[in-house]
Design a protein around this ligand. Structure first.
Ligand code: GN1
Ligand code: MG
Length: 389
Protein backbone atom coordinates (compact mmCIF):
# COMPACT_ATOMS: atom_id res chain seq x y z
CA UNK A 1 0.00 0.00 0.00
CA UNK A 2 1.60 3.34 -0.97
CA UNK A 3 2.17 5.56 2.05
CA UNK A 4 0.99 9.16 1.95
CA UNK A 5 2.92 11.84 3.74
CA UNK A 6 1.60 14.87 1.87
CA UNK A 7 -2.04 15.73 2.53
CA UNK A 8 -4.28 14.39 -0.22
CA UNK A 9 -7.81 15.40 -0.95
CA UNK A 10 -10.17 13.26 1.06
CA UNK A 11 -7.49 11.62 3.21
CA UNK A 12 -8.20 11.96 6.93
CA UNK A 13 -6.09 14.58 8.66
CA UNK A 14 -4.79 13.91 12.19
CA UNK A 15 -7.68 14.42 14.62
CA UNK A 16 -7.49 17.45 16.84
CA UNK A 17 -4.72 19.03 14.77
CA UNK A 18 -6.41 22.34 15.37
CA UNK A 19 -6.21 21.99 19.14
CA UNK A 20 -2.46 22.39 19.24
CA UNK A 21 -1.60 25.77 17.93
CA UNK A 22 -3.72 25.71 14.78
CA UNK A 23 -5.36 29.06 14.12
CA UNK A 24 -8.06 29.41 15.17
CA UNK A 25 -8.11 26.62 17.77
CA UNK A 26 -11.13 24.37 18.17
CA UNK A 27 -11.66 25.75 21.67
CA UNK A 28 -11.73 29.31 20.32
CA UNK A 29 -14.25 28.28 17.68
CA UNK A 30 -16.40 26.56 20.30
CA UNK A 31 -16.25 29.64 22.52
CA UNK A 32 -17.89 31.69 19.77
CA UNK A 33 -21.16 29.89 20.50
CA UNK A 34 -23.57 30.48 23.37
CA UNK A 35 -22.09 28.01 25.88
CA UNK A 36 -23.36 27.75 29.46
CA UNK A 37 -19.80 27.48 30.85
CA UNK A 38 -16.24 27.56 29.43
CA UNK A 39 -14.89 24.76 27.24
CA UNK A 40 -13.25 21.97 29.26
CA UNK A 41 -12.51 19.31 26.62
CA UNK A 42 -12.91 18.47 22.96
CA UNK A 43 -12.50 15.05 21.38
CA UNK A 44 -13.30 13.50 17.96
CA UNK A 45 -16.76 11.97 17.74
CA UNK A 46 -18.20 9.35 15.40
CA UNK A 47 -16.97 8.06 12.08
CA UNK A 48 -18.65 10.28 9.46
CA UNK A 49 -17.15 10.28 5.99
CA UNK A 50 -17.92 13.89 5.18
CA UNK A 51 -18.00 16.39 8.08
CA UNK A 52 -15.56 16.71 11.04
CA UNK A 53 -17.29 16.13 14.36
CA UNK A 54 -16.15 16.72 17.95
CA UNK A 55 -17.70 16.15 21.34
CA UNK A 56 -17.42 19.28 23.45
CA UNK A 57 -17.61 19.18 27.24
CA UNK A 58 -18.05 22.37 29.23
CA UNK A 59 -16.61 22.97 32.67
CA UNK A 60 -20.00 22.54 34.32
CA UNK A 61 -20.40 19.18 32.55
CA UNK A 62 -22.79 20.10 29.72
CA UNK A 63 -22.04 18.41 26.40
CA UNK A 64 -22.42 19.61 22.81
CA UNK A 65 -21.46 18.52 19.31
CA UNK A 66 -19.12 20.85 17.40
CA UNK A 67 -19.00 20.26 13.66
CA UNK A 68 -17.13 21.59 10.68
CA UNK A 69 -19.49 21.28 7.76
CA UNK A 70 -17.79 20.09 4.60
CA UNK A 71 -18.50 23.09 2.40
CA UNK A 72 -16.83 21.38 -0.56
CA UNK A 73 -19.94 19.18 -0.51
CA UNK A 74 -22.56 21.33 1.20
CA UNK A 75 -21.88 24.54 -0.68
CA UNK A 76 -24.85 26.39 0.84
CA UNK A 77 -24.52 26.12 4.64
CA UNK A 78 -27.29 28.70 4.97
CA UNK A 79 -29.74 26.28 3.34
CA UNK A 80 -28.54 23.38 5.49
CA UNK A 81 -29.05 25.41 8.67
CA UNK A 82 -32.43 26.71 7.51
CA UNK A 83 -33.64 23.13 6.93
CA UNK A 84 -32.32 22.07 10.32
CA UNK A 85 -34.14 24.90 12.04
CA UNK A 86 -37.34 24.07 10.15
CA UNK A 87 -37.00 20.42 11.12
CA UNK A 88 -36.53 21.29 14.80
CA UNK A 89 -39.60 23.52 14.75
CA UNK A 90 -41.71 20.93 13.00
CA UNK A 91 -40.67 17.65 14.56
CA UNK A 92 -38.58 18.55 17.61
CA UNK A 93 -41.51 18.98 19.98
CA UNK A 94 -43.69 16.18 18.66
CA UNK A 95 -44.36 12.93 20.45
CA UNK A 96 -43.18 9.65 19.05
CA UNK A 97 -45.97 8.23 16.83
CA UNK A 98 -48.16 5.38 18.08
CA UNK A 99 -46.51 5.23 21.50
CA UNK A 100 -48.78 3.72 24.16
CA UNK A 101 -46.68 5.41 26.81
CA UNK A 102 -44.47 8.50 26.70
CA UNK A 103 -41.22 7.79 24.97
CA UNK A 104 -38.00 9.70 24.60
CA UNK A 105 -37.60 11.55 21.30
CA UNK A 106 -35.09 14.33 21.00
CA UNK A 107 -33.75 16.03 17.86
CA UNK A 108 -30.36 17.79 18.00
CA UNK A 109 -30.87 21.58 17.95
CA UNK A 110 -28.63 24.34 16.66
CA UNK A 111 -26.95 26.49 19.32
CA UNK A 112 -26.64 30.17 18.28
CA UNK A 113 -23.36 32.01 18.07
CA UNK A 114 -22.74 34.82 20.58
CA UNK A 115 -23.84 38.26 19.51
CA UNK A 116 -21.19 40.01 17.47
CA UNK A 117 -19.58 43.13 18.96
CA UNK A 118 -21.57 45.28 16.60
CA UNK A 119 -24.68 43.66 18.05
CA UNK A 120 -25.72 42.14 14.73
CA UNK A 121 -28.19 39.30 15.13
CA UNK A 122 -26.58 35.98 15.95
CA UNK A 123 -26.86 33.15 13.47
CA UNK A 124 -26.38 29.51 14.23
CA UNK A 125 -23.12 28.99 12.42
CA UNK A 126 -19.70 30.53 12.25
CA UNK A 127 -17.59 31.25 9.18
CA UNK A 128 -13.87 31.37 9.89
CA UNK A 129 -11.12 31.25 7.27
CA UNK A 130 -13.54 29.87 4.72
CA UNK A 131 -14.73 27.11 7.08
CA UNK A 132 -18.24 26.68 8.39
CA UNK A 133 -18.71 25.59 12.00
CA UNK A 134 -21.85 24.91 13.99
CA UNK A 135 -22.74 23.72 17.45
CA UNK A 136 -25.54 21.27 18.17
CA UNK A 137 -27.08 20.01 21.36
CA UNK A 138 -25.81 16.57 22.38
CA UNK A 139 -28.43 13.88 22.81
CA UNK A 140 -27.16 12.40 26.05
CA UNK A 141 -27.19 8.84 27.40
CA UNK A 142 -27.41 7.31 23.95
CA UNK A 143 -25.34 4.85 21.95
CA UNK A 144 -25.07 4.07 18.25
CA UNK A 145 -23.95 0.90 16.53
CA UNK A 146 -21.63 0.56 13.55
CA UNK A 147 -23.25 -2.78 12.75
CA UNK A 148 -26.45 -4.55 13.69
CA UNK A 149 -25.84 -7.67 15.74
CA UNK A 150 -29.34 -8.92 16.55
CA UNK A 151 -32.88 -9.03 15.13
CA UNK A 152 -34.12 -6.91 18.07
CA UNK A 153 -31.66 -4.16 17.24
CA UNK A 154 -32.58 -4.43 13.55
CA UNK A 155 -36.26 -3.94 14.45
CA UNK A 156 -35.47 -0.87 16.55
CA UNK A 157 -33.35 0.68 13.79
CA UNK A 158 -36.30 0.10 11.43
CA UNK A 159 -38.66 1.74 13.94
CA UNK A 160 -36.30 4.71 14.20
CA UNK A 161 -36.55 5.38 10.48
CA UNK A 162 -40.29 4.65 10.36
CA UNK A 163 -40.93 6.99 13.29
CA UNK A 164 -38.76 9.68 11.72
CA UNK A 165 -40.64 9.43 8.41
CA UNK A 166 -43.95 9.67 10.25
CA UNK A 167 -42.81 12.72 12.17
CA UNK A 168 -41.59 14.60 9.10
CA UNK A 169 -44.02 13.39 6.45
CA UNK A 170 -46.18 16.52 6.68
CA UNK A 171 -43.27 18.95 6.54
CA UNK A 172 -44.07 20.78 3.28
CA UNK A 173 -41.48 19.87 0.62
CA UNK A 174 -41.76 23.30 -0.96
CA UNK A 175 -40.45 24.87 2.25
CA UNK A 176 -37.42 22.55 2.44
CA UNK A 177 -34.30 23.52 0.51
CA UNK A 178 -32.35 21.14 -1.67
CA UNK A 179 -29.09 21.05 0.30
CA UNK A 180 -27.29 18.64 -2.03
CA UNK A 181 -28.51 18.63 -5.59
CA UNK A 182 -28.41 15.29 -7.35
CA UNK A 183 -27.99 13.34 -4.09
CA UNK A 184 -29.19 9.74 -4.65
CA UNK A 185 -30.15 10.43 -8.25
CA UNK A 186 -28.40 7.33 -9.57
CA UNK A 187 -28.41 8.22 -13.30
CA UNK A 188 -26.50 11.40 -12.41
CA UNK A 189 -23.81 9.36 -10.62
CA UNK A 190 -23.61 7.13 -13.68
CA UNK A 191 -23.06 10.15 -15.95
CA UNK A 192 -20.33 11.42 -13.62
CA UNK A 193 -18.71 7.98 -13.68
CA UNK A 194 -18.76 7.88 -17.49
CA UNK A 195 -17.11 11.30 -17.61
CA UNK A 196 -14.33 10.14 -15.26
CA UNK A 197 -13.74 7.02 -17.30
CA UNK A 198 -13.59 9.02 -20.52
CA UNK A 199 -10.61 11.05 -19.30
CA UNK A 200 -8.82 8.18 -17.59
CA UNK A 201 -5.39 7.55 -19.09
CA UNK A 202 -4.17 4.54 -17.05
CA UNK A 203 -5.63 1.08 -17.69
CA UNK A 204 -7.85 -0.27 -14.91
CA UNK A 205 -6.15 -2.72 -12.53
CA UNK A 206 -7.90 -6.04 -11.70
CA UNK A 207 -9.86 -4.68 -8.70
CA UNK A 208 -10.90 -1.62 -10.69
CA UNK A 209 -11.99 -3.86 -13.57
CA UNK A 210 -14.23 -5.81 -11.18
CA UNK A 211 -15.93 -2.55 -10.18
CA UNK A 212 -16.26 -1.48 -13.81
CA UNK A 213 -17.91 -4.80 -14.71
CA UNK A 214 -20.23 -4.59 -11.70
CA UNK A 215 -21.39 -1.19 -12.96
CA UNK A 216 -21.76 -2.19 -16.61
CA UNK A 217 -23.92 -5.19 -15.66
CA UNK A 218 -26.38 -2.91 -13.89
CA UNK A 219 -26.67 0.15 -16.08
CA UNK A 220 -30.33 -0.50 -16.82
CA UNK A 221 -31.11 -0.56 -13.10
CA UNK A 222 -29.97 3.03 -12.49
CA UNK A 223 -33.15 4.96 -13.46
CA UNK A 224 -35.68 2.72 -11.69
CA UNK A 225 -36.62 5.20 -8.94
CA UNK A 226 -36.23 8.38 -10.96
CA UNK A 227 -38.49 6.97 -13.69
CA UNK A 228 -41.09 6.11 -11.07
CA UNK A 229 -40.86 9.70 -9.84
CA UNK A 230 -41.09 11.17 -13.34
CA UNK A 231 -44.14 9.04 -14.17
CA UNK A 232 -45.93 10.11 -10.99
CA UNK A 233 -45.82 6.63 -9.43
CA UNK A 234 -43.70 8.01 -6.60
CA UNK A 235 -43.62 11.54 -5.27
CA UNK A 236 -41.11 13.70 -3.46
CA UNK A 237 -41.33 13.69 0.34
CA UNK A 238 -39.16 15.01 3.14
CA UNK A 239 -36.41 12.46 3.75
CA UNK A 240 -33.39 12.02 6.02
CA UNK A 241 -31.07 11.19 3.12
CA UNK A 242 -28.38 9.42 5.15
CA UNK A 243 -30.01 7.02 7.63
CA UNK A 244 -27.13 4.59 7.86
CA UNK A 245 -27.22 2.55 10.98
CA UNK A 246 -24.68 4.58 12.96
CA UNK A 247 -26.86 7.67 12.57
CA UNK A 248 -29.52 6.08 14.78
CA UNK A 249 -29.11 6.94 18.47
CA UNK A 250 -30.61 4.56 21.02
CA UNK A 251 -31.25 5.19 24.68
CA UNK A 252 -28.39 3.65 26.64
CA UNK A 253 -30.77 2.20 29.25
CA UNK A 254 -33.85 1.08 27.30
CA UNK A 255 -32.28 0.43 23.89
CA UNK A 256 -35.15 2.37 22.28
CA UNK A 257 -34.43 4.72 19.40
CA UNK A 258 -34.22 8.33 20.57
CA UNK A 259 -33.31 10.17 17.38
CA UNK A 260 -31.63 10.16 14.00
CA UNK A 261 -28.62 12.44 13.66
CA UNK A 262 -26.63 13.76 10.69
CA UNK A 263 -29.48 15.88 9.38
CA UNK A 264 -27.75 17.84 6.60
CA UNK A 265 -29.46 15.86 3.87
CA UNK A 266 -32.98 16.26 5.25
CA UNK A 267 -34.55 17.57 2.06
CA UNK A 268 -37.11 16.60 -0.55
CA UNK A 269 -36.40 13.14 -1.98
CA UNK A 270 -37.78 9.63 -2.20
CA UNK A 271 -38.48 7.62 0.95
CA UNK A 272 -36.89 4.77 -0.98
CA UNK A 273 -33.44 6.35 -0.75
CA UNK A 274 -33.79 6.14 3.03
CA UNK A 275 -35.25 2.65 3.15
CA UNK A 276 -32.52 1.42 0.80
CA UNK A 277 -29.76 3.09 2.78
CA UNK A 278 -31.02 1.82 6.12
CA UNK A 279 -31.21 -1.77 4.92
CA UNK A 280 -27.95 -1.77 2.98
CA UNK A 281 -26.07 -0.36 5.98
CA UNK A 282 -27.88 -2.30 8.70
CA UNK A 283 -28.35 -5.75 7.19
CA UNK A 284 -24.78 -6.42 6.06
CA UNK A 285 -23.22 -7.79 9.26
CA UNK A 286 -19.72 -7.48 7.77
CA UNK A 287 -20.03 -3.69 7.57
CA UNK A 288 -18.91 -1.14 4.97
CA UNK A 289 -15.24 -1.73 5.67
CA UNK A 290 -15.27 -5.53 5.49
CA UNK A 291 -11.86 -6.86 4.54
CA UNK A 292 -13.07 -10.35 3.58
CA UNK A 293 -15.55 -10.01 0.72
CA UNK A 294 -16.81 -13.54 1.37
CA UNK A 295 -18.41 -12.31 4.58
CA UNK A 296 -20.39 -9.54 2.88
CA UNK A 297 -24.08 -10.33 2.45
CA UNK A 298 -27.56 -9.07 3.07
CA UNK A 299 -28.84 -11.02 6.08
CA UNK A 300 -32.55 -11.75 5.71
CA UNK A 301 -32.77 -12.45 9.43
CA UNK A 302 -31.94 -8.79 9.95
CA UNK A 303 -33.83 -7.42 6.93
CA UNK A 304 -37.09 -9.05 8.10
CA UNK A 305 -37.24 -7.36 11.53
CA UNK A 306 -35.82 -4.10 10.20
CA UNK A 307 -38.47 -3.78 7.52
CA UNK A 308 -41.15 -4.96 9.88
CA UNK A 309 -40.06 -2.37 12.50
CA UNK A 310 -40.05 0.31 9.80
CA UNK A 311 -43.53 -0.57 8.57
CA UNK A 312 -44.91 -0.73 12.12
CA UNK A 313 -44.64 3.05 12.09
CA UNK A 314 -44.42 4.11 8.46
CA UNK A 315 -47.13 1.91 6.90
CA UNK A 316 -49.88 4.57 7.21
CA UNK A 317 -47.92 7.01 5.02
CA UNK A 318 -46.96 4.49 2.33
CA UNK A 319 -48.86 3.69 -0.87
CA UNK A 320 -48.95 0.33 -2.66
CA UNK A 321 -46.58 1.77 -5.28
CA UNK A 322 -44.18 2.71 -2.48
CA UNK A 323 -44.16 -0.88 -1.28
CA UNK A 324 -43.76 -2.25 -4.81
CA UNK A 325 -40.41 -0.47 -5.16
CA UNK A 326 -38.87 -1.26 -1.76
CA UNK A 327 -36.80 -4.20 -3.00
CA UNK A 328 -35.57 -2.24 -6.03
CA UNK A 329 -34.51 0.52 -3.64
CA UNK A 330 -32.42 -1.74 -1.43
CA UNK A 331 -30.68 -3.12 -4.50
CA UNK A 332 -30.24 0.30 -6.09
CA UNK A 333 -28.84 2.15 -3.08
CA UNK A 334 -26.22 -0.55 -2.45
CA UNK A 335 -25.24 -0.41 -6.12
CA UNK A 336 -25.30 3.39 -6.08
CA UNK A 337 -22.96 3.61 -3.09
CA UNK A 338 -20.55 1.21 -4.83
CA UNK A 339 -20.70 3.47 -7.89
CA UNK A 340 -20.12 6.58 -5.75
CA UNK A 341 -17.15 5.03 -3.91
CA UNK A 342 -15.58 3.79 -7.14
CA UNK A 343 -16.11 7.12 -8.91
CA UNK A 344 -14.46 8.90 -5.98
CA UNK A 345 -11.54 6.46 -6.22
CA UNK A 346 -11.16 7.35 -9.91
CA UNK A 347 -11.45 11.05 -9.10
CA UNK A 348 -8.60 10.88 -6.54
CA UNK A 349 -10.56 10.49 -3.26
CA UNK A 350 -12.05 13.96 -3.14
CA UNK A 351 -15.44 13.34 -1.57
CA UNK A 352 -15.30 10.59 1.07
CA UNK A 353 -12.66 10.68 3.77
CA UNK A 354 -10.26 7.77 3.31
CA UNK A 355 -7.79 6.05 5.59
CA UNK A 356 -5.58 4.98 2.67
CA UNK A 357 -5.45 5.61 -1.09
CA UNK A 358 -7.33 2.42 -2.08
CA UNK A 359 -9.98 2.75 0.63
CA UNK A 360 -12.74 3.90 -1.71
CA UNK A 361 -11.94 1.09 -4.12
CA UNK A 362 -12.21 -1.46 -1.31
CA UNK A 363 -15.46 0.10 -0.10
CA UNK A 364 -16.85 -0.07 -3.64
CA UNK A 365 -16.07 -3.79 -3.87
CA UNK A 366 -17.96 -4.35 -0.60
CA UNK A 367 -21.07 -2.56 -1.90
CA UNK A 368 -20.98 -4.43 -5.20
CA UNK A 369 -20.67 -7.73 -3.32
CA UNK A 370 -23.63 -6.69 -1.21
CA UNK A 371 -25.57 -5.92 -4.39
CA UNK A 372 -24.75 -9.44 -5.67
CA UNK A 373 -26.13 -10.88 -2.44
CA UNK A 374 -29.31 -8.79 -2.67
CA UNK A 375 -29.81 -9.90 -6.27
CA UNK A 376 -29.41 -13.55 -5.26
CA UNK A 377 -32.25 -13.06 -2.74
CA UNK A 378 -34.66 -10.95 -4.79
CA UNK A 379 -37.45 -13.51 -4.59
CA UNK A 380 -37.13 -13.83 -0.81
CA UNK A 381 -37.09 -10.07 -0.44
CA UNK A 382 -40.21 -9.64 -2.58
CA UNK A 383 -41.92 -12.36 -0.55
CA UNK A 384 -40.93 -10.55 2.64
CA UNK A 385 -42.46 -7.27 1.47
CA UNK A 386 -45.63 -9.11 0.42
CA UNK A 387 -45.92 -10.72 3.86
CA UNK A 388 -45.55 -7.36 5.57
CA UNK A 389 -47.91 -5.35 3.35
C1 GN1 B 1 -21.48 9.62 3.83
O1 GN1 B 1 -20.67 11.21 6.33
P1 GN1 B 1 -21.49 10.00 6.47
O2 GN1 B 1 -20.65 8.83 6.81
O3 GN1 B 1 -22.65 10.20 7.41
C2 GN1 B 1 -22.44 9.97 2.70
C3 GN1 B 1 -23.54 8.94 2.58
C4 GN1 B 1 -22.95 7.55 2.41
C5 GN1 B 1 -21.99 7.26 3.57
C6 GN1 B 1 -21.31 5.94 3.39
C7 GN1 B 1 -23.62 13.54 2.33
O4 GN1 B 1 -22.19 9.71 5.03
O5 GN1 B 1 -24.36 9.22 1.46
O6 GN1 B 1 -23.96 6.57 2.39
O7 GN1 B 1 -20.99 8.30 3.66
N1 GN1 B 1 -23.01 11.28 2.94
C8 GN1 B 1 -23.03 12.22 1.97
O8 GN1 B 1 -20.62 5.59 4.52
O9 GN1 B 1 -22.61 12.01 0.84
MG1 MG C 1 -23.79 11.96 6.68
Amino acid sequence: MPSTSAPQPGLVSPPLALLDGGAPSLAAIASSFELPSPVAALSPLGSGNVNDTYLLRCEAGEQFVLQRLNTGIFTRPDLVMANLAMLSDHAGQRDWPQADQPRRWELPRLVPTRLSEAGSPSRPWLERHGECWRLLTYVSDTICHERVSSPDLAAEVGRALGGFHRLIHDLPCDRLHDTLEGFHVTPGYLDAYDALLAVRKLPLDPAERLCHEAIERRRSLAPVLEEALASGRLRLRPIHGDPKVNNVLLDRRTGQAVTLVDLDTVKPGLLHYDIGDCLRSGCNPAGEDATDLETVHLDLDLARPMLSGYLELARPILTDADLDLVVDAVRLISFELGLRFFSDHLAGNRYFKCRHPRHNLERALVQFRLTDSIEAQLQDLHRLVDQLR
